[in-house]
Design a protein around this ligand. Structure first.
Ligand SMILES: [Zn+2]
Length: 423
């Protein structure tokens, strides 16, 4: 087993857990009880729909797993693949190059760099192999054109800039590979700045000097800055420093549930004032509290440890893992959050910010998913919710993609101006 494969297996396992707290996966979530009219489905299919945080590349190198195949929640933890995107009418989104935060040493940073570069190559390999069904996109204008060809739109983003901490010049390399969004941090502080969830608290009280360089270089290149996972101070400083609007690619509202990963209303308003957008996620632990259940947590931990010994799960092991996990969650119910709890964040953001500053980033394959919306096939339910809340087709088109493309265009315009002025 190569180190790279090991890292990928580890990343996969990390996706199944979070902050030491074990996350809900799709095993027991059902697509229960959603009343979605034929009119809604037809409208949903007409819209250009983008999700700004798809962790699906985490599955690309799993043995026997293919993005072109349809997978089932009963036997596989993945939530997005090509057939299911077609079924749910998700036209595309940002495919994430995610790197777990590791040690901040030159050796570990070099490994992280290799991991991220390989992940970008894997996304390119997928797009090349399936070129009649998907297309890589780098500009806001690409989305409509690719959708009109009936292909899936594949933008690329980086979650956690840690792989770049040894050499910020790599940002230019990732730009050349097509990356158009970057979030400086993940669960822990790194050389770029503070995370919202580092158990040791803030280190820089915002961005580090390197983090400030990242902002300037991202602006100059035309890469969107993503404040999901960043501390409030980092978000404030991104809003101060960035010449272009910024994005929260997968976040929630502190006004609904007080969690460090969620953002308070005054900050959301500042984000909107600067032209930015919050993309609402469906990551259970950030949506609502659940009561403590030590037996369940112990059972999930034991299961993860048992399978964590595997370097890369075979389809057979994966199916056993998913079934065992579902059995634990059935035995100790109340862990998985509901669609209504997701919806509360979406409606709150719309109420506070208006419809020009809210979108969708469900964190599929990164811990997202709720009871009633367990994989990408269920997303027409969001369109139904928005229709029921009184939004028009034009409004809903903004929420499903228009807003993020507007932010992308603004980012492109800032880069063009930067380059013209010889910056
Ligand atoms: Zn994330």
């Amino acid at each position: 087993m190569s180190m790279m494969k090991k890292n990928i297996a580890l990343a996969f396992l990390l996706a199944l857990s979070s902050q030491g707290q074990l996350e809900a996966q799709a095993g027991t979530k059902t697509q229960a009880d959603a009343k979605i009219s034929a009119r809604t489905v037809a409208m949903h299919r007409r819209l250009l729909t983008l999700d700004t945080h798809l962790d699906t590349p985490i599955h690309f190198t799993r043995p026997g797993w293919d993005f072109a195949d349809r997978h089932r929640l009963a036997s596989d933890p993945s939530q997005v693949d090509l057939p299911r995107m077609k079924r749910g009418a998700l036209d595309g989104g940002f495919f994430v190059i995610y790197t777990p935060q590791g040690a901040r040493t030159p050796e570990a940073t070099a490994k992280a760099r290799d991991h991220a570069l390989v992940r970008a190559v894997e996304i390119h390999e997928m797009a090349a192999r399936l070129h009649d069904k998907v297309a890589l996109a780098t500009r806001a204008d690409d989305a409509e054109r690719i959708a009109a060809q009936g292909k899936i739109i594949v933008y690329q983003s980086i979650e956690n800039a840690y792989p770049l901490s040894g050499d910020l010049g790599l940002l230019d390399s990732f730009y050349a590979l097509g990356v158009r969004m970057i979030g400086p941090v993940h669960f822990r502080n790194n050389d770029f700045g503070d995370s919202s969830t580092d158990p040791n608290g803030p280190e820089y009280h915002g961005l580090s000097p390197l983090g400030r360089e990242l902002v300037a270089r991202a602006n100059a290149l035309g890469i969107m800055l993503d404040a999901s996972h960043a501390s409030d101070d980092v978000l404030d400083q991104l809003l101060d420093l960035s010449k272009a609007p910024i994005i929260l690619s997968h976040s929630g509202c502190e006004g609904v549930y007080d969690h460090p990963r969620n953002v308070d209303d005054p900050r959301l308003k500042r984000l909107a004032d600067k032209g930015g957008v919050i993309q609402i996620n469906s990551f259970g632990a950030y949506l609502a509290a659940t009561g403590p259940n030590p037996e369940r947590d112990a059972a999930l931990l034991k299961l993860n440890q048992q399978y964590g010994d595997h370097h890369a799960m075979t389809p057979h092991d994966t199916a056993q893992f998913v079934a065992a996990r579902a059995a634990i969650l059935r035995r100790y119910p109340g862990f998985e959050r509901s669609y209504a709890q997701f919806e509360a964040h979406l409606i709150h953001a719309l109420r506070v910010l208006g419809l020009d500053h809210v979108g969708i980033g469900l964190d599929w394959d990164g811990g997202g998913g709720v009871i009633g919306m367990a994989d990408v096939t269920a997303i027409p339910r969001i369109t139904q919710t928005l229709l029921d809340a009184g939004y028009s087709e034009g409004d809903i088109a903004k929420i499903w993609g228009g807003n993020v493309l507007r932010v992308m265009k603004a980012v492109e315009a800032v880069a063009a101006t930067d380059n013209k002025s010889g910056g």
